[in-house]
Design a protein around this ligand. Structure first.
Ligand code: GTP
Ligand code: MG
Ligand code: ZN
Length: 327
């Protein structure tokens, strides 16, 4: 009788301890989908997903680590975040706690001019590894387009040729992410971001859209960002397409240091450490442009983005904001 009571007591404590432990673990999770007024949280402890209500404009994004206490969700500090500015000046957080930015492009529909350059600069300025995914390799326009992209960017960032339609190249991409990266697919609507994920994860079945015959554009099919784990390791976020990748919190000097194609000049150093590659004497970039080693069109794109960034830096409102954000 005595022994039995002790045993029962021990069992009761054990059960209580286990359930307390489960509760603590269950609280921590990551946002895997965002629906505006609710988010899906995947819990660390058991991998289960639960929908939790949040305030509209809560500022939470997919990839955010959170703690859930009943119906109350608290966001944990971010390791990284990537922002963009739209054409009207609105700032959007593209993703949080990422280490790779996958810029998805194709020959139809084409990305807007400067999209890839801005995305690479934004990624580098936020310590993310940019990659370019050239999709739709099954289309006749692919060969010429891919040649162009590889000539411009291959030396600067890893480039992948892919087809969501045929599955071409997807093993190489899966291998890249299996090293444990968390990446996000960004790009204009209709380039095949969701289709790529569907081919990589056949059970996924994300909605994909048609390309308009007349406008040769997509139709903003994806409206919600979602995070997916790859079976061989790594995670990928599908995001809604957009055309404006305006830079946020990137200074003129950061632009000068991170612009793709200038790496060889940065390695051989300009005379001044704060060179913005304009008319400064001893500028390695302008020298390589005059030697036709750096393409003049690329340099013109750089000057165009530099003018934008400098105009932004001159705004007192911007300086104040940047100071506050960097704190
Ligand atoms: N030929 C060909 N078509 C593709 C390929 N990948 C996607 N598509 C087509 O392109 C269209 C758009 O694909 P989506 O996957 O919806 O594009 P998305 O980038 O997710 O677009 P949003 O969600 O609107 O940003 C669909 O009709 C797809 O079938 C590909 O590799 N080859
Ligand atoms: Mg999509
Ligand atoms: Zn220079």
């Amino acid at each position: 009788m005595y022994n039995l009571t002790i045993e029962l007591l021990l069992t009761k404590h054990k059960v209580t301890l286990i359930s307390v432990k489960n509760q603590i673990n269950r609280e921590k999770g990551v946002i895997v989908a965002h629906y505006g007024v609710a988010v899906d949280v995947r819990f660390e402890s058991d991998g289960q997903t639960k929908m939790v209500r949040v305030k509209r404009n809560s500022g939470h994004v997919v990839g955010d680590n959170v703690k859930v206490d009943g119906e109350v969700l608290t966001r944990l500090e971010r390791d990284s975040e990537l922002c963009r500015r739209d054409a009207r000046g609105g700032i959007h957080i593209v993703g949080a706690n990422l280490d790779v930015l996958s810029i998805v492009v194709c020959c139809e529909p084409l990305p807007p001019p400067g999209f890839i350059d801005r995305a690479i600069v934004a990624a580098r300025a936020n310590y993310l590894q940019p990659t370019i995914l050239v999709n739709k390799s099954d289309l006749p326009c692919f060969t010429t387009y891919a040649k162009e992209i590889y000539a411009l960017y291959q030396e600067s960032v890893p480039c992948f040729s892919l087809s969501a339609e045929s599955g071409y190249g997807l093993q190489a991409l899966t291998d890249f992410f299996s090293k444990g990266h968390r990446g996000i697919f960004v790009g204009p609507t209709g380039v095949g971001k969701s289709s790529l994920l569907n081919t990589m994860l056949p059970e996924l079945n994300l909605q994909t859209g048609e390309i308009s015959e007349t406008k040769k554009r997509g139709k903003n099919t994806t409206t919600v960002s979602t995070l997916h784990s790859l079976p061989t390791g790594g995670e990928l976020i599908d995001s809604p397409g957009f055309n404006d990748f305006g830079l946020v919190d990137v200074s003129a000097l950061e632009l000068a240091a991170h612009f793709p194609g200038f790496e060889q000049a940065n390695n051989s150093y300009c005379r001044f450490r704060d060179c913005k590659h304009q008319q400064e004497p001893g500028c390695a970039v302008t020298e390589l442009v005059s030697e036709k080693i750096i393409d003049r069109e690329r340099y013109t794109t750089y000057l165009h983005i530099l003018t934008e960034v400098e105009a932004m830096e001159a705004e007192p409102k911007y300086r104040e904001k940047r100071h506050r954000r960097k704190k």
